[in-house]
Design a protein around this ligand. Structure first.
Ligand code: ADP
Ligand code: MG
Length: 420
């Protein structure tokens, strides 16, 4: 180790109490400390925040962190403050602050106390803030959830499109983009929109070797099939995703009637019920949550043993995120998806009310899900290929962990083309 490496290890221990970097963190941090534009692609839970927090804490000036969700920003600011004796070390700048609070934030930045300033993208467009930020030293701008810049991502936010112009007004500051979206299309969009084709890019593997992938044809016996599956995993925690709230309710009920402890979760339930059902799942008062995609963001239950998709998801990106909630602890995680062409048509019909450009993207993403469901090759190889990653389906980690590899079979034929 050279003196620099010793230094950042020391700082890691000092601020975060960790003795080792996770994955590519050290390389990323070195790139940022070198003042380079840097692009980080790591799966959820990979430790992206620390990649910009540590260099921000040890560099001169204030780092601006753009993040799409106020709740997430507040969490991070609280976490950083707990590492320091100074409250002013991290701040959020947003529209909810009073004049006095804004004055305090500005004072702490000007005096050099504030190392991390979290802003929502729409606040950053305010002229008043831009003028102020031009007058103080900025170490770098980190753009978290950078996929929000792309229409091909799962969470497009038009305000992200203005970021590059605003950052340019701040002078020559390095940009750090971070995302858990690994598709090459989204990555290209990010680099292009942030005008940082020159960025040092760091991409972690998205392979989850402990997850077993399986697709079953959806028949009218799906409910008894699911019940049988759950009874084979008695007492284990699992999530069942359904497309509609109605389906969530009916499946939860069917499971309960069959002696399985299950609760529903969807955005139609009031906040109190949702919180209660989520807690019951986390505390293991129930084994199974039947949910729409509203369930799961920020849920970190390490021992979820299965994730069932009663209906196919709208993209492989969503599928990866949702199945990724299984086996966080490295133990067994069975990912079972039910597939029927009728569901594809249903999803298409949902999309037909949307603007044409959005529809085209939606159809293209859905086509990939169909291809995944119908493939006879290694599902892991297929998924990772979608994320631009080559996988050795003979010797790669987790190579035999899917239905196609264990029981090679003939291809399920599509009845029609998806895009008409
Ligand atoms: P991401 O944003 O990539 O989803 P987070 O930044 O939220 O991930 O980090 C996920 C978890 O990993 C956090 O609980 C964090 O404290 C932990 N973590 C990050 N870096 C390290 C490290 N070097 N050693 C141990 N745990 C770490
Ligand atoms: Mg994150």
């Amino acid at each position: 180790m050279n003196s620099n490496e010793i230094e950042i290890h020391k700082e890691l221990k000092k601020y975060f109490g960790f003795s080792q970097f996770k994955g590519l963190q050290e390389q990323v941090i070195t790139s940022i400390l070198d003042g380079k534009n840097t692009f980080v692609i790591m799966p959820t839970g990979g430790g992206k925040s620390l990649c910009y927090q540590l260099p921000a804490l040890i560099q001169e000036g204030t780092a601006i962190v753009v993040s799409p969700l106020i709740a997430l920003m507040k969490n991070q600011v609280d976490a950083i403050r707990s590492l320091s004796s100074e409250n002013g070390i991290a701040h959020v700048l947003n529209s909810s602050l009073t004049k006095t609070e804004i004055a305090q934030v500005k004072k702490d930045i000007t005096s050099g106390l504030t190392k991390l300033l979290y802003v929502a993208p729409e606040s950053l467009t305010k002229e008043e803030y831009v003028a102020f930020l031009q007058s103080v030293p900025i170490s770098f701008v980190a753009i978290d959830e950078a996929h929000c810049i792309s229409e091909w991502g799962h969470d497009f936010r038009p305000e992200y499109r203005n970021l590059r112009n605003i950052i340019k007004q701040l002078g020559k500051v390095p940009i750090i983009g971070l995302t858990a979206t690994a598709t090459p299309k989204v990555q290209e969009d990010i680099l292009k929109n942030l005008d940082m084709a020159d960025a040092n890019t760091f991409k972690a593997s998205f392979n989850r070797p402990n997850l077993y992938y399986e697709v079953r044809t959806k028949t009218k016996n799906i409910e008894s099939d699911i019940i049988r599956f759950i009874k084979q995993h008695k007492g284990k925690s699992g999530i069942i995703y359904c497309l509609s709230r109605k389906k969530v309710e009916s499946i939860a009920e069917v499971l309960q009637v069959n002696g399985i402890s299950a609760v529903p979760y969807h955005a139609g339930l009031d906040a109190k019920t949702r919180a209660k059902h989520q807690d019951m799942f986390l505390m293991e008062d129930v084994d199974v949550v039947v949910a729409t995609i509203a369930f799961g963001m920020g849920i970190d239950k390490p021992d979820v043993r299965f994730v069932i998709h009663h209906d196919i998801p709208k993209s492989l990106e969503s599928y990866y995120q949702e199945t990724g909630r299984a086996g966080r602890d490295g133990g067994e995680g069975h990912c079972l998806a039910y597939y029927s062409y009728k569901d594809v048509e249903k999803l298409e019909k949902f999309m037909s009310g949307k603007p044409v450009a959005e529809q085209e993207i939606g159809f293209a993403l859905l086509q990939e899900v169909v291809a995944y469901a119908e493939t006879s090759m290694s599902r892991r190889k297929f998924l990772l290929h979608y994320f631009g990653e080559e996988f050795d389906s003979e010797n790669g980690e987790g190579a035999d962990m899917d239905d196609n590899v264990r029981n090679p079979k003939h291809k399920v034929e599509a009845k029609e083309q998806v895009v008409k």
